[in-house]
Design a protein around this ligand. Sequence first.
Ligand code: MG
Length: 267
Amino acid sequence: MKAFIFASCSLLLLTACSVTQKSITNVKFAKNPVVAHRGAFKMNGFPENSIASLREAIRLKCTGSEFDVRMTADDSLIINHDPHYNKLEIEKTSYVELSQYKLSNGEKLPTLREYLLAGLADNKLTRLVLEIKPSGISKERGKLVAERSVALVKELKAALMTVYISFDYGILKKVIEIDPAASTQYLNGEKSPEQLKADGIAGADYHFSVFKKNPGWIEQAKKYKLILNAWTVNDAETMDWLLKSGFDFITTNEPELLLEKTARSVK
Ligand code: MG
């Protein structure tokens, strides 16, 4: 009997391990550097940061789709770039009040939960590039947004699909403190790759002009095995320069153009 129980437990354990293993090896990100900025919104006239723009980035097989997370007055995490939505200050307005107003395509204002679930559905190619916006109320509230975002990503088993980005260094440090395995990229542009490496940040995602001013940072980032990303690159000439410079990611409002370029360079 004991042997039977032992064998059954071992089998259960093995099954559990193989399930975990499967979910790890299942993720195969698209081998292009294209991160759709606020989703692939422009060509089809979708609203920025809408679920339609996220699904379009996934349909295009972009390697990433970026979106912005903010927290309402009653602590709901929602997706919106600006601190205001329909002239209402997000941090000082409840989710119910905000969500009375639809996006221009008729979608309701997405919560982070809805957005992540839409991004996880039938998708193993496109990273979910989650920007945590700093709070206008306090640094501490920004860190709370980080804590809640990481907790939700974990709950939905989306950790392997998610990259965290922020202009706020404290927010990224908070993310790493909670989940040391989290992939993070800093946006603000004033920290050297050496500094990012020392602080455990995985990548530099800077405005392309920062890399033009500090070309040595590209080699330094490669030396430290940091991820190189640049925003928001919409012209062909800058795309070509970044591709030639070996950037891992390029964040753009023109994902179709960049996909066409990278497909051509592979041939
Ligand atoms: Mg953003």
